[in-house]
Design a protein around this ligand. Structure first.
Ligand code: ATP
Ligand code: LTN
Length: 327
């Protein structure tokens, strides 16, 4: 029996290289050795305001990008969260077992609510309960995510443990899997902040579907520092971030990279980085164009994914309701 992987991304904006290096690349690498479920979490996307037409378009675009990056829909289940009612239903039940204090500790909520101020919805606060439901419905063993999601996966584990201790063994306890390098790709314009798809500044992120000239010009404008030496030094966040991106796209070791750039300047680093990123994304972009030429292809993959996931989710939900005494 293979272990189960579950992960997801919100259809709330352009996917960028942070999503690829922090999450999707791991999913693809793990795909053969696990039983996989990859979700497009549209119910999470509406925790902040969304335009209905755009939300639907993002949902399909992100599905296309999962597939173009190498997720095989025959091997892995790919589906949309709102297509399976059990997610919202289990989230409600789990809500009733999550102390307010646990939720109040969530750093993502603190950061996002500061930005949104009076527009903060109750859904945004409750976001981790829905994420716990996503994970726990499928007897998930591992959840490959970027660094920022570790706390949410830990909350899912804590609520599973709490529920099990009250009602007996019901949920498997999931573990987060965070990549050693690339778990937190930083913004090109501000390397002290995570590359973020809600950030709209034009030079902030390299999107997976950006054309080559856009990628190159965003990199040429990336913030560095006034020093010269090209070294992996965490205290120099701009250059460090560029070098990490280079490392992950080129597959070269840090030693090789430092030797290669010895005596060269930042302009050379940015130019060569442009080449490896453009070449690294080219196959993905080509596959994306082919896969999305017929929009009904994506829809049929999503319908098939929901049909395969639904019975698993309903089985867990039925057990939970039975344990709690509902129905
Ligand atoms: P938002 O739309 O609120 O900015 P987001 O882009 O962080 O959110 P998701 O789209 O749901 O959120 O993220 C999907 C996955 O990509 C998560 O596993 C997350 O940890 C990872 N991820 C997002 N940004 C980065 C980043 N800059 N570096 C590494 N991993 C990232
Ligand atoms: N909150 C996650 C997206 C997400 C997720 C999940 C990730 C929703 N449900 C279940 C892994 C497992 C984020 O990345 N922002």
């Amino acid at each position: 029996m293979k272990k189960r992987v579950f992960s997801g991304i919100k259809p709330s904006g352009n996917l960028h290289i942070g999503h690829y290096l922090g999450a999707i690349k791991q999913w693809v690498q793990m795909q053969d050795n696990y039983d996989n479920i990859f979700c497009i979490v549209d119910l999470h996307a509406i925790t902040v305001p969304q335009d209905p037409k755009v939300l639907k378009a993002w949902t399909r675009e992100i599905t296309g990008l999962y597939l173009a990056a190498g997720i095989d829909p025959k091997q892995s289940i790919v589906f949309v969260q709102s297509h399976i009612c059990a997610h919202a239903e289990l989230a409600w039940i789990l809500n009733c077992f999550i102390p307010m204090g646990w939720m109040q500790r969530m750093t993502q909520f603190k950061e996002k609510s500061q930005k949104l101020k009076e527009q903060v919805s109750t859904g945004l606060f409750d976001y981790p309960a829905l994420m716990a439901a996503d994970i726990l419905l499928y007897d998930t063993d591992v959840v490959p995510v970027g660094e920022d999601q570790k706390q949410h996966v830990e909350l899912a584990r804590d609520v599973a443990q709490r529920f099990n201790s009250i009602y007996g063994e019901t949920f498997k306890l999931p573990e987060p899997v965070i990549p050693k390098v690339g778990a937190r790709i930083m913004g090109l314009d501000d390397p002290t902040r995570k590359m973020d798809k809600s950030e709209t500044a034009p030079g902030h992120a390299i999107n997976l579907l950006d054309p080559p000239d856009v990628i190159r010009s965003k990199l040429m404008r990336a913030t560095t520092d006034s020093l010269k030496e090209i070294r992996f030094d965490g205290n120099r966040p701009g250059v460090y971030n560029l070098l990490v991106i280079y490392e992950l796209f080129s597959g070269k070791s840090r030693q090789e990279i430092e030797a290669h750039f010895d005596g060269k300047g930042y302009a050379a680093l940015k130019k060569e980085l442009g080449d490896v990123v453009v070449e690294g994304l080219r196959p993905l972009q080509e596959r994306y164009r082919k896969l999305t030429a017929d929009p009904s292809h994506i829809d049929s993959i999503l319908a098939d994914g929901a049909d395969r996931a639904r019975p698993m989710a309903e089985k867990t939900l039925a057990l939970v309701k039975e344990r709690v005494g509902l129905g």
